[in-house]
Design a protein around this ligand. Structure first.
Ligand code: NDP
Length: 433
């Protein structure tokens, strides 16, 4: 703890994890004897480097980039790259740590990694983003590879950025399209990857609701964010006849009682690269507010936080409960802090933790890796069918694990224990390395 005292998000992720895995440690003294906990919180490797690039005006800028290769016990490092001004070692370590257990829960052979840079793509021209991505990849390519470490997207890294990153990798190493996932379909991307995290979140939530004899039908839902995860979560909720009444960005949020117009949100975010406030020009009946959507007082049933870490802290959690919400499932990584998670669980709210609920993206990324290795492209039905069954299996795994370890209904504990158990066993069997 002292060694990492300057890394609050990482400590928070580790604390939340340790808090719930006690039952599996009591049942398996070999994990203590082999000091699995001491080993698992220490990344196998962290790479940090400078990224120099030139603006359209000819100014030389320097950003800082990271790749955390956290744990390869069950497969090559796998996890996204985040471009956001808040990215530092604490953020990439927290994300990489979570990724180990999320990847384990998918049942696929992938280890945990994460990376990113404090570069902000907002307000940059395409040419600036391209030069930045090329500079970043010139260094990063030394450390990644289809059987070694396979990055993907995350906040601020979408199809445009993945394209530029891959172009530079290819120029330096030849065509090895298994080195990145989330690629466009034209050169090795998997159909269904763009939608996978959002759809997967809703598949997981549907399974959790059905187990409690509920469904999305006619339920009022709030989704935070309006990026990749949020957009496709909203799309799937509408398909299941739920009504998404709000979504947001980092400035504010819109409330549309008629149901969010998802095509418009896509147009604003993906084509115009605009702000969610623009929504009301097309839908005058909707209202725009500044601030955090989770502080808004309005009656609804299901909350899907899909923006960023710690968007729900204690006050927001209390407001969410007063609003009558009975289910919360995390599309973003660690959007709910431990205090809020506990508040939800004590109030009997169904709570789907990120490690389990948002694992659909990385699961389809792993399917993309399989397709690249086999030189095949599966159909949408095939990929979506696999995604759905992976998410249903994850729900089953976390709910049954919680039951088995005496914490029935605590899906956060179930996810941590199930994810950890597999990785810890792999580490034990591979010796002290
Ligand atoms: P995007 O960049 O596509 O979208 C992020 C959205 O969240 C934007 O609407 C953004 O608003 C908003 N946001 C970002 N930072 C903040 C903030 N500090 N306060 C409020 N809103 C904010 O990212 P993704 O949709 O890909 O990722 C969202 C979350 O999901 C992240 O936690 C990510 O780690 C997680 N995730 C993503 C996966 C994927 O496949 N993409 C897989 C698993 C998890 P603005 O435009 O104003 O910044």
């Amino acid at each position: 703890k002292e060694r990492d005292s300057h890394q609050p998000e990482f400590l928070q992720a580790v604390y939340e994890f340790f808090y719930s895995i006690e039952p599996v440690l009591s049942a398996h003294p070999e994990f203590i004897k082999e000091n699995i906990l001491g080993r698992i919180v220490e990344p196998e490797r962290i790479i940090q480097f400078r990224v120099p690039w030139v603006t359209d005006q000819g100014e030389v800028k320097i950003n800082r980039a990271f790749r955390v290769q956290f744990n390869s016990a069950i497969g090559p490092y796998k996890g996204g790259l985040r471009f956001h001004p808040t990215v530092d070692q604490s953020i990439v370590k927290f994300l990489g740590f979570e990724q180990i257990f999320k990847n384990s829960l998918t049942g696929l052979p992938i280890g945990g990694g994460k990376g990113g840079s404090d570069f902000d793509p907002k307000g940059k021209s395409d040419a600036e983003v391209m030069r930045f991505c090329q500079s970043l990849m010139t260094e990063l390519q030394k450390y990644i590879g289809p059987d070694m470490d396979v990055p993907a997207g995350d906040i601020g890294v979408g199809a445009r950025e993945i394209g530029y990153l891959y172009g530079q990798y290819k120029k330096l190493n030849g065509s090895l399209n298994g080195v990145l996932t989330g690629k466009p379909l034209l050169y090795g991307g998997s159909i269904g990857r763009t939608e996978a995290t959002g759809y997967g979140l809703v598949y997981f939530t549907k399974a959790m609701l059905e187990d409690a004899k509920k469904s999305f039908k006619q339920q009022r839902v709030i989704v935070s964010g309006s990026g990749n995860v949020a957009t496709y979560a909203m799309e799937k909720v509408h398909e299941y006849e739920g009504i998404v009444i709000a979504c947001s960005d980092s400035d504010g949020y819109i409330i549309d009682e008629e149901g969010i117009d998802i095509e418009l949100v896509k147009d604003i975010k993906e084509n115009r690269r605009g702000r969610i406030s623009e929504y009301v020009s097309d839908h005058p009946n909707a209202a725009y507010y500044e601030g955090n959507v989770w502080n808004h007082k309005i009656s609804y049933d299901i909350a899907l936080p899909c923006a960023t870490q710690n968007e729900i802290t204690k006050d927001a959690a209390s407001t969410i409960l007063e609003n009558g919400v009975y289910a919360v499932a995390e599309g973003a990584n660690m959007p709910t802090d431990l205090e809020s998670t506990t508040l939800f669980q004590e109030a009997g709210v169904l709570f789907g933790p990120a490690k389990a609920a948002n694992a659909g993206g990385v699961a389809v990324s792993a399917l993309e890796m399989s397709q690249n290795s086999q030189r095949l492209s599966w159909t949408l039905e095939d990929v979506d069918h696999r995604l759905k069954s992976i998410m249903e299996n994850i729900y089953k795994q976390v709910s049954e694990t919680a039951k088995e370890y005496g914490v029935e209904g605590d899906f956060a504990a179930g996810a941590n224990i199930a994810g950890f158990y597999k990785v810890a066993n792999a580490m034990v069997s591979q010796g002290i390395v």
